[in-house]
Write a protein that binds this ligand. Structure first.
Ligand SMILES: Nc1ncnc2c1ncn2[C@@H]1O[C@H](COP(=O)(O)OP(=O)(O)OP(=O)(O)O)[C@@H](O)[C@H]1O
Ligand SMILES: Nc1ncnc2c1ncn2[C@@H]1O[C@H](COP(=O)(O)OP(=O)(O)OP(=O)(O)O)[C@@H](O)[C@H]1O
Ligand SMILES: [Mg+2]
Ligand SMILES: [Mg+2]
Lengths: 257, 257
């Protein structure tokens, strides 16, 4: 089982869209995938229409009350794709955990039974636009990081801080953590700004930057309003093709497989 | 003096772009404006090329060490527009303030001398994409709130939580706080999704939603790479017109003035 954190403290760059559709692409390619919503906005849960039911437990219960992860897993509309939803109560969790011993390792501990049970091939974690305790839990639990970036001016600036935090987590709490890919998202190929920033990102980060990129595609923005992945909403769209190509690149296989 | 918080926990919706360019539009219309950067990403500071110099103090010093706001104010390249920069050290401030008495009221207290000195007509605060202690400080210090929204699916969902937090701050800490405008930003008029979500936002929030809206305009995304406001970078652009029209609507005057 491999755990991947999808993270960037810059807001609105395509984290949730990537977690859902990259996860779904891996599932289409035969892998068993569990998505975790670690964002108090609960956008991943919303994207898949996993509305927090009155009695159901969610990510907050796992982090605060020690609920077993197995109790929280819910099916999505996609084969081999499951998810643990969140709700806005996650907002208060940072304060609640502030003084707990090993607060950043709670998620890793909760995932251990899954590793033993070999229930999933991949766990993909959607992070909030911040570098606090929730994101730290994701980075401690993960072996790999995918960093979505939108090729606009503010993209590069935040990367230095993010890389610093990843390095700190690696040194102090999780020695195997590594950046798997930096993934250009919401790429509008019409503007000069995009080309300039893309060139800069590739110049700075070289082979870490994915060969594939996710083009701006309104179908990706429409899919959540139906509770669908891009493959359910518009399987022939650029968005579907781009996430499949990225999943294939990530797995090191041919997209046509 | 009126203090305005520009806030939305949804990431990438145009908060920083609005704080800078709405502030600059007010300055063009003769008002004296102070911008405050309350986001650990320090995007407002970056937008105006206020790089944190080695010796200079910034927002962290104000919140943690009680530095006087007057010492922190820096000129921008625009007449009647000043700013208090931030840097990424703001990231740790939430934890540092966690147990301080009245931690949410520190910024309001720091602004009091400015009110007495009548130095500015408006203070505009750029908030991070979160509802933590930094955003709470902005909401306690402010009399008004401007909520940028990008008309896409996730926009409406987060609004309920944001309105709840604003109401909580009003009841417990700041009885004058009110939402001045909900401002549609990065509006791509070509898609059906945009029209549907805009109609929904107007249906839900009625007169709170600004008449003017900020159209998607690459000039707005280019301006920060030059350290410029939209008025310095492209004064004839849609972006410049839209922010002027919004400032005029906000002030209740004719844009041509
Ligand atoms: N490739 C794309 N093309 C068009 N729209 C996109 C694309 N990817 C994401 N979007 C849309 O852009 C907005 C931002 O994307 P998303 O919410 O996934 O970003 P995020 O990084 O998760 O945001 P946050 O920082 O708030 O968590 C959403 O409305 C989403 O539907
Ligand atoms: N009207 C617009 N047209 C085109 N691009 C825009 C517009 N407004 C903002 N942008 C660009 O969109 C991106 C997001 O905007 P911005 O950074 O202002 O949002 P934000 O809400 O402050 O994000 P965060 O949640 O990370 O603080 C930036 O690259 C910005 O340059
Ligand atoms: Mg998200
Ligand atoms: Mg911002």
């Amino acid at each position: 089982m491999k755990t991947i954190a999808v993270i960037n403290q810059k807001g609105g760059v395509g984290k949730t869209t990537t977690a859902v559709n990259f996860g779904a692409a891996l599932a289409r390619m035969g892998r068993r995938v569990l998505l975790l919503d670690m964002d108090p906005q609960a956008n991943l849960s919303l994207h898949l229409d996993l509305r927090p039911e009155l009695e159901a437990k969610n990510m907050t219960n796992l982090l605060v009350d020690g609920a077993a992860l197995g109790e929280l897993v819910r099916p999505t509309g996609t084969e081999r794709l499951w998810a643990v939803p969140a709700d806005t109560s996650l907002n208060g969790v940072e304060q609640v955990l502030a003084n707990r011993i090993g607060r950043e390792t709670i998620l890793r501990e909760a995932l251990e039974p899954l590793i033993a049970a070999r229930s999933y091939d991949f766990v993909v974690i959607d992070c909030p636009p911040a570098l606090g305790v929730l994101s730290a839990n994701a980075l401690v639990a993960a072996q790999e990081v995918i960093i979505p970036v939108q090729p606009e001016y503010f993209a590069l600036q935040g990367m230095a801080k993010l890389m610093e935090v990843i390095e700190l987590v690696r040194r102090r709490l999780n020695p195997v953590l590594r950046v798997a890919r930096i993934l250009p998202c919401i790429v509008d190929q019409r503007t000069r700004l995009t080309a300039e920033v893309l060139a800069e990102i590739r110049g700075h980060f070289g082979p870490l930057v994915a060969q594939s990129m996710i083009r701006a595609n309104v179908k990706l923005a429409e899919a959540p309003s139906f509770g669908h992945t891009i493959f359910q909403h518009a399987p022939e769209s650029n968005g579907a093709q781009d996430y499949l190509a990225f999943a294939a690149e990530y797995l090191g296989v041919d997209a046509a497989m």
